[in-house]
Design a protein around this ligand. Sequence first.
Ligand code: 13P
Ligand code: SF4
Length: 388
Amino acid sequence: MTTVDLPLLPLGRGVDLNSERGVECPGDLPPASDPDLVARATAAKAALGDKVFILGHHYQRDEVIQFADVTGDSFKLARDAAARPDAEYIVFCGVHFMAESADILTTDDQAVVLPDLAAGCSMADMAVLGQVEAAWKALEDAGVADQVVPVTYMNSSADIKAFCGRHGGVVCTSSNAQTVMEWAFERGSKVLFLPDQHLGRNTAVLKLGIPLDKNVVWNPRKPNGGLTAEEIQDATVILWQGHCSVHGRFSPDTVDALRAEIPGINILVHPECQHEVVLKADLVGSTEFIIQTIEAAPAGSAWAIGTELNLVKRLAAAHPDKRVMFLDKTVCYCSTMNRIDLPHLVWTLESLAAGHLVNQITVDAQTAADAQTALQRMLDLPGKTERD
Ligand code: 13P
Ligand code: SF4
């Protein structure tokens, strides 16, 4: 299987021809068919000059990435934004939780802008503050809350990061989850891992050697998370029942089929993939790790990658001397990442250039302070990541 030029997901197309346009775009959103979109984005960006800094997550479309001043994963982009205090506008081509993190880490004089407010993250939405507070109450009732350190993945709302900040917890990314979990176990005998059960399980079992049966799953839709007090007391890791709708799709069967079809193929997956997939993979790591691994791979090597399709296609195009393919038979874009398209970027840049601040993402001061506490605990850790 080689990567082919697959069509984009037909987001919102059908009966409502305007629905793919997202929400709240006052003024004119240019049509995707406008032949001048590239020229318009170029002109608006030039007019804004140093006032604007455009961040592009690795899963963004090529048409958007071409205008990014810097590309990266969510954590790197938040740090890059913080390193540009002179830029009045940070245009975040990514999803909502990333723009929130950028707002927390940038100065009050900077505005973080998300070109389409419909660019959320289904995983982040799976952990809502009220649900997490109810879970914490259940941990208190089971008599274990004082032993539990909450750890939240970067891919969570500012509310959840703030909850962790208030409860002695911390944020992690896909590249430092092991270091962060070790930090947590120096402070408590149990971890509540939010919101991605797969990253939590893969890290606990494969990196820290915690037995699989010491990981239990908290289902926020069931009374007491679907667990008895004894199960909670016996668990070492309480995994929130959340997942990434993109990475959760890869299956162990596809790994087997590809290995049978292409002897010697390397399977490289993101830790948001299911545990059964990660167990069968040759390498597992964050988006940045995946990029670095393909860059360092020898010519002629074959790779099937389990991560978002925009990135896999870009890696295949950038490395024609290597056989780079997608670890799934079907199209697997992140539909919310794909909400940010060139028309929305043009609309955003032209609005800013005309003096209209649009789609600003703000986190209230108390939430930002508490979330910053959890982020800072991560930033203060020695810089050990999967790549060290
Ligand atoms: P990273 O960018 O941290 O690898 O996370 C992957 C992802 O799913 C981003 O939404
Ligand atoms: Fe969320 Fe997954 Fe999309 Fe990342 S790839 S934004 S975790 S749904």
